[in-house]
Design a binder for this molecule. Structure first.
Ligand SMILES: Cc1cc2nc3c(=O)[nH]c(=O)nc-3n(C[C@H](O)[C@H](O)[C@H](O)COP(=O)(O)O)c2cc1C
Length: 181
């Protein structure tokens, strides 16, 4: 198999867990996004990038957007890790719409996308993230309950708790895609 790396950006550990599982399954290198210099990317044929979702954005994605030219000849796989259920097509649509706004066209056309489900532990959130979640909850709570999406209902029901949807078996499509390159 070609030389492969999994690069991740994870604030509370869910994306890191998935990145570790994928790197172990593929027996490939594993790097944390903030340690990667652009030159490091040249060593690999296949780059699997994983980032946590924060307010619709993929953390650390600048590594790909800023190095689009350097990535031109590489196999690219991107996985997101968020609390919203990727089995809900609307959630995937939102994630992809946001990604299309920031990924240069030359990457959009070639990158394979995957969406995994993460975890949240309100007790561990930093101040800014705690405030963001509190504001989101307030906004959702003001809406007509009959118009709420399933994700919004879940947020209200689980707010303040620890929820963990990480699932090792969900990496399989990524592992298969990397093996089939
Ligand atoms: C402030 C904040 C914003 C978030 N925004 C989103 C979001 O837009 N979509 C989503 O699916 N999950 C969202 N999440 C949930 C995280 O994506 C989830 O906790 C994920 O597991 C984080 O991965 P990490 O621990 O590897 O950074 C948010 C969490 C926080 C604290």
């Amino acid at each position: 198999m070609k030389k492969t790396v999994v690069i991740y950006c994870s604030k509370y550990g869910a994306t890191k867990q998935y990145a570790r599982w994928i790197a172990a399954a593929l027996s490939c290198d594993l790097l944390e996004q903030h340690t990667v210099r652009p030159d490091d990317l040249d060593r690999y044929d296949t780059i699997i990038y994983g980032g946590g979702l924060y307010a619709g954005g993929v953390s650390g994605i600048k590594l790909l957007t800023k190095n689009a030219d350097r990535l031109q000849q590489k196999n690219l796989l991107l996985f997101t890790c968020g609390i919203a259920d990727p089995k809900d097509e609307d959630n995937v649509k939102h994630i992809r719409q946001a990604l299309n706004k920031i990924l240069p066209l030359q990457l959009q056309n070639r990158i394979q996308l995957f969406h995994l489900r993460g975890s949240i532990d309100y007790k561990r959130l930093g101040l800014v993230h705690r405030m963001m979640m509190a504001m989101l909850r307030k906004m959702i709570a003001k809406k007509d309950p009959t118009t709420l999406r399933e994700e919004d209902r879940q947020l209200l029901a689980t707010y303040g708790q620890t929820i963990d949807f990480t699932d090792q078996s969900s990496i399989q499509p990524i592992v298969d895609a990397a093996r089939n390159l």
